[in-house]
Ligand binder design. Structure first.
Ligand code: GDP
Length: 364
């Protein structure tokens, strides 16, 4: 599955957010730096209102959402790349994630200590980014000598890798993240293999106080401005409120949300933004038994999409009966869509679109 790592300075609300996301008390929130020592992993259902609509039309007995994994990564402090705090352990945890949700403290609370003694989201962002870049610098510099030797010996792969590393190092030395490296399509795999922390896509999660849960505050506005400059994404959430809402029975959740002016939990925005950040799309399988959502990366062709359900579906793939979500709804189901000529038979080259309702034909 796809993994989104939650990072941020101590006491910004990472564990509170993670708890709310996973609705468990597994990650203990406490007003103490380094309180979460082991990375906590949680699978989160991706909210998608289309699923209920499809289930309604098809009379599906069950709804099965698709899931996204969040990892609560604690221990990032100034100097982590030099082994301060939990240092390298935390860096290794980030390396395994596909994207980063960077929680930024945008709430004032005299009872909750800020590690730097002041609430300054942009400076916090800078601190974390700097640690990621320093870690990347360090890991790349360590590899150069060995690669140079191999490249001189005529090894083509090493030469290509060295070329990528040289470009990445040039940026990092200017204080720019590795995600700004211009990577040619044929280099993409090698670039991914470098596992650079500052190359991962970032979502800034602005943790605000209750009163700003809907529209944010002046601090989160600064973060949004910064995100726009970087081409990154940002969302506003009040982790504390969300953690309180998460444990309420559904009827009371709706009431609470309405009272603070939200029409859905702020967490839904975080999950969906994480999903978008990973360039993930959803397709559906719908029948009387279940209406189910499946996750693929954007650009996946039909056989690959089938393989998410079962490897046999991919190996024996013949075609995919395809109805777009809108056509499925307009036709009030498969039969209606077929009658309207909206059911397509797609082959191996078909790139699955977000919202496709698929039925795979395959041979054993
Ligand atoms: P972490 O170190 O980043 O994982 O931070 P925690 O989630 O453990 O939160 C640290 C402290 O800040 C805890 O006492 C939380 O209750 C508190 N906290 C988290 N989010 C909020 C918030 O939105 N508002 C306020 N006032 N306190 C919060």
């Amino acid at each position: 599955g796809f993994k989104c790592g939650i990072v941020g300075l101590p006491n910004v609300g990472k564990s509170t957010l993670f708890n709310a996301l996973t609705q468990t008390a597994a990650a203990q929130a406490a007003n103490y730096p380094f309180c979460t020592i082991e990375p906590n992993v949680g699978d989160v259902a991706v909210p998608d209102p289309r699923l209920a609509t499809l289930a309604d039309i098809a009379g599906s007995a069950q709804i099965i959402p698709t899931r996204l994994t969040f990892v609560d990564i604690a221990g990032l402090v100034r100097g982590a790349s030099k082994g301060e705090g939990l240092g390298n352990q935390f860096l290794a945890n980030i390396r395994e994630c596909d994207a980063i949700a960077h929680v930024v403290r945008c709430f004032e609370d005299g009872d909750v200590t800020h590690v730097d003694g002041k609430i300054a989201p942009l400076s916090d962002i800078d601190t974390i980014e700097t640690e990621l870049m320093l870690a990347d610098l360090d890991s790349l510099e360590k590899r150069v000598t060995a690669l140079e030797k191999k490249a001189k010996g005529g090894d083509k792969e090493s030469k290509e890798c060295l070329d990528l590393i040289t470009r990445a190092l040039a940026l990092l030395r200017e204080g720019k993240p590795a995600r700004l490296v211009e990577v040619k399509p044929e280099e993409e795999k090698a670039f991914r293999m470098l596992g650079l922390l500052s190359s991962k896509p970032v979502l800034y999660v602005c943790n605000v106080e209750e009163a700003s849960a809907k529209d944010g505050n002046s601090l989160s506005a600064q973060v949004f401005e910064q995100a726009a400059k970087e081409g990154a994404r940002a969302v506003v959430v009040s982790a504390k409120i969300e953690s309180e809402i998460a444990v309420l029975p559904p009827e009371e959740q709706a009431e609470y949300l309405e009272a603070i002016g939200l029409d859905e939990p702020g967490l839904n925005r975080v999950i969906r933004a994480g999903y978008d950040l990973l360039r993930l799309v959803t397709y559906f399988t719908v029948g009387p038994k279940e209406a189910r959502a499946w996750t693929i990366t954007a650009g996946t062709r039909a056989p690959g999409a089938a393989g998410v359900i079962h490897t046999d579906f991919e190996k024996g793939f013949i075609r995919a009966e395809t109805i777009s979500y809108d056509d499925y709804v307009k036709g009030k189901g498969e039969a209606g869509a077929r009658d309207a000529g909206r059911l397509r038979l797609e082959g191996k080259e078909y790139v699955v679109a977000d919202g496709d309702v698929l039925h795979f034909r395959f041979a054993n």
